[in-house]
Design a protein around this ligand. Sequence first.
Ligand code: ATP
Ligand code: ZN
Length: 221
Amino acid sequence: MAEERLRIAIQKSGRLSDGSFELLKSCGLKVSRGRDKLYGRVQEMPIDVLLLRDDDIPAFVADNACDIGIVGQNVFEEELLSETHEAPAEEVMQLGFARCRLMLAAPKEWNFDGANDLASKRIATSYPALTKAWLEREGVEAKVVMMKGSVEVAPRLKIADAVCDIVSTGATLDANGLKPVATVFDSEAILIRNAEKFSAEKQAIFDALIKRINGVLRSKD
Ligand code: ATP
Ligand code: ZN
């Protein structure tokens, strides 16, 4: 019988990928990339690496195409709230990198005085479920407009009055005449896993990996 291998999905390139490769490296795992650049292989443990777009990672893990994955909590929670999967992936642990915030931002000239100011306004975002959940918590009724990218230009184009977007330094908002006015969601990279029980063999690989990750995270405290 072929040896069982644990399949981990990580972002191919982008804001999560350096941190993900670095974490694996700190765990003593060197990822050699295949020629097709979709698969990577680890020598030191029976682990295969799949290189994907971050948005595809929660579904790949939920559908068992991968056993585990590294993804932004923002993307994972958005997927959970939109209930696209009957048995969604589960969060295992926070990984302490790719920290960012989903923030409500308004034009600088708007004398913003709290969530109630958003009543009946239009908010552009790539995270409609997280934004709607926040509006509901705040008890405000506003219209949420879905945009896949360049959300920060929406107010200038009069597509929306405000935006709800991922912010790390705030420079992009500032360059677009916007200011952050409220935090909707705090995010960092997380490890997720398929919700089904692993085989004993896979569980052993998983446990060994988690032990190494915990060791790496502890050494950073
Ligand atoms: P892909 O091509 O894989 O779909 P992407 O453009 O959707 O990539 P990135 O911009 O690489 O995604 O961001 C991936 C994740 O990194 C975000 O979902 C978020 O969790 C995290 N992140 C950290 N800092 C930032 C930031 N300043 N802007 C956007 N995302 C950030
Ligand atoms: Zn993406």
